[in-house]
Write a protein that binds this ligand. Structure first.
Ligand code: CA
Length: 417
């Protein structure tokens, strides 16, 4: 399938007509509103809805500055809108329809992209086995690397929604309590072991009532789509604070997501199974059909005052041990209510080799083997001014479903006297 918009058919384009990811944009200081990316344009959904060219089953949802009203309409409306948008943007030979749709396209270079949904709550999981093994090996030795619950439970913790930001938002290096293993007492100051975590984020589109667990199949249907997610982490703050209740300030200062939510529908052709179970899962976590996706991922780092990006890592989402649907079903298993706009981090996605690891902690093995960049600088952890960009796409036959860049730059710590 091709679009009548030529930029959408270009090789390597993230946003062909098969994708149609949803986001929130503004132009010339106007209020933010909802749109869909196509080629090098954004389709103004608010204007289309106002002119009654798309129908969402009730009052306006796309004039909103976030996707929540649309997501809350549920999967049947998501599918109907996607079908209508496909009809408007594919090359069907209907030139009158093309002319109509063309009036609602705005160049991406003319708009500002905003956080696509208000993050209701953010839960971060730990579902990458290689990552869990690597980190466990560094902290506890290879024989105790995986905690005894790891092969049975999608482990997670409740993170901060308030510090989730859209790609392009820079942030300050966090301050916190630091204590070297051989120091007698902690000190307070800027983190010296600032890291990234390459993750996918699942966006919950519809919730469940409190006290009502959902099955894995129902959980899958509740997921509106996926984003790239960089779960920035301060390893020194984390190492001192994490026992016994898990991460706190070491991961509370910033989480970056990509600006476009790629829908579950667009990823449907790329479904793949989770790896073979090493221990049988309890029945409530069994997957009735493949729930993971084949999504190629990469991490790029550009030092301050440099135009040369180093690709530090390439890996694939399909290596995860638990899918987002399993994580979501597990999240509701106690009766916990989930809401539209909840964000689930997959856990760091690391492949089998250092050039496929999803964190600097692993790539530099806790700082023991620094990485050399093309300009000769080395890195164990991030320096001020470093810009990190995550990219991802699913490769189809003659097209790709891309996510757009997920970028952030490290600013110096704020000094407190
Ligand atoms: Ca994480």
């Amino acid at each position: 399938m091709k679009s009548w918009l030529s930029s959408a058919n270009a090789t390597g384009c993230d946003f062909p007509v098969q994708n149609l990811p949803f986001g929130v944009f503004s132009q010339d200081g106007e209020d933010p509103r909802c749109g869909v990316a196509i080629g090098d344009r954004v389709l103004d959904l608010a204007a289309l809805e106002r002119d009654r060219l798309i129908e969402t089953g009730g009052t306006s949802v796309f004039e909103a500055d976030a996707l929540k009203p649309f997501m809350e309409r549920g999967p049947d409306v998501w599918e109907r809108v996607r079908a209508r948008l496909t009809n408007l943007l594919r090359d069907s030979g209907d030139t009158a329809l093309q002319k109509t749709a063309d009036r609602y396209l705005i160049p991406l270079t003319d708009v500002t992209l905003h956080l696509p949904f208000k993050v209701s709550e953010y839960t971060d999981f730990y579902a990458g086995k290689q990552h869990a093994f690597n980190v466990g090996t560094m902290f506890r030795g290879p024989e105790n690397a995986l905690p005894p619950n790891w092969l049975h439970i999608p482990i997670g913790y409740n993170g901060r929604a308030s510090s989730v930001v859209v790609s392009g938002t820079d942030f300050h290096r966090p301050n916190g309590q630091l204590k070297a293993p051989d120091a007698d007492a902690p000190t307070f100051g800027p983190s010296r072991r600032l890291d990234i975590e390459l993750e996918m984020g699942a966006v919950v589109g519809t919730g469940n009532p409190m006290g009502t667990p959902v099955t894995v199949a129902e959980a899958d249907r509740m997921i509106f789509g996926y984003v790239l997610l960089n779960d920035w982490s301060a390893r020194d703050i984390q190492a001192w604070e994490y026992q016994p209740l898990g991460p706190f300030q070491g991961k509370a200062f910033c989480t970056t997501i990509s600006p476009w939510v790629v829908t579950r529908a667009a990823l449907e052709p790329f479904r793949t199974t989770t790896p073979e179970r090493e221990k049988p899962l309890l029945p409530y976590l069994a997957e009735p059909t493949p729930m993971l996706y084949d999504i190629a991922l990469e991490v790029g780092l550009t030092p301050a005052d440099s135009n040369e990006e180093a690709v530090l890592s390439r890996t694939n989402y399909s290596s995860m041990y638990y899918s987002a649907a399993q994580q979501l079903a597990h999240h509701t298993s106690s009766g916990c209510p989930m809401r539209a706009g909840d964000l689930l981090g997959s856990g760091t996605i690391s492949g089998d080799t250092p050039d496929s690891y999803g964190s600097l902690l692993e790539m530099s093995w806790g700082g023991k083997t620094p990485i050399t960049l093309p300009n000769g600088e080395t890195r164990s952890f991030l320096e001020d001014g470093d810009r990190v960009t995550l990219r991802g796409h699913a490769a189809g036959d003659g097209y790709r479903i891309g996510f757009g860049d997920c970028t952030g730059t490290v600013l110096p710590a704020i000094k407190k006297d």
